[in-house]
Design a protein around this ligand. Structure first.
Ligand SMILES: *[C@@H]1O[C@H](CO)[C@@H](O)[C@H](O)[C@H]1NC(C)=O
Length: 244
């Protein structure tokens, strides 16, 4: 029960942070993100179009980028921490306003991996999943990573070409932290390939399309937070939200 509440907290954080394309910020990372946002809004308030301001802005942005590493509330990752990556089938809109498939490598949170790996009845945009020790997938030490070793993710490719997701370092740090709190969600062995999920692109994840929740969406989301104890429905709602 409490674990489902924890998952719903993740969902709530997701709903609140979902003002742009497939943005995922885990609750722990949200604090860092808020700090960044506060800084950047301070920047926009004072913005006048002078070169000096531009210089100041870029200095603040750089400072902001490191904020998620310097947040004293976040315990640094260790070399052997677990993190799973998936190959997701997303879409981008081309110049003719048609949707093209666009495969993305992205870290999976504990809630996502647990949901898609434990129930075939839930549809997902993930084709394949693998898992790493943090030290094997980050560039630089996991406590202060500088990038992602994208080559290592090619194990997920199959017959498609894929691209690393946006903000991969930040998202991987946030995702890895979710497994610290939920070790039983580590359902893919290190270096294993998990596939055969209930793959579907019926609900398309469109990457260059700004997500603006409609009134109906907001009503649905309110309902989704009001279903404690109805595990199957919760899991479905979580999957639906994560499939956005
Ligand atoms: C996949 O998920 C859909 C929607 O929940 C369900 O209707 C379908 O039966 C599932 N497919 C399999 C093979 O379980």
């Amino acid at each position: 029960m409490s674990s489902y509440r924890a998952m719903l907290c993740v969902v709530a954080a997701l709903v609140l942070s979902c003002t742009s394309t497939s943005a995922f910020v885990a609750p722990t990372a949200a604090r860092a993100a808020t700090a960044v946002n506060q800084r950047s809004s301070a920047v926009s308030r004072s913005a006048v179009n002078s070169r000096q301001t531009q210089r100041r802005t870029s200095a603040l942005c750089m400072e902001g980028q490191a904020a998620y590493l310097d947040d004293p509330m976040l315990v640094p990752l260790e070399d052997d921490d677990y993190v799973a990556f998936g190959l997701a089938c997303c879409f981008v809109m081309n110049d003719n306003l048609k949707l093209d498939e666009y495969y993305v490598y992205e870290p999976l949170t504990a809630a996502t991996l647990e949901t898609i790996a434990s129930s075939q009845s839930l549809e997902t945009s993930y084709k394949r999943v693998t898992a790493f020790h943090a030290k094997d997938i980050f560039e630089g030490p996991p406590a202060r990573p500088t990038g992602i070793q994208v080559d290592k993710l090619k194990i997920l490719d199959g017959d498609v070409t894929a691209h690393i997701c946006e903000n991969p370092v930040e998202r991987t740090l946030a995702a890895a932290r979710t497994y610290k709190r939920r070790v039983e969600a580590q359902m893919c062995g290190y270096g294993d390939l998990l596939e055969g999920f209930n793959f579907s692109t019926e609900r398309k994840r469109i990457l260059n399309h700004k997500f603006e929740p409609s009134f109906d969406d907001n009503v649905k989301q309110d309902k989704s937070i009001d279903v404690y104890g109805r595990e199957e429905e919760e899991a479905k709602q979580i999957a639906d939200l994560e499939n956005m």
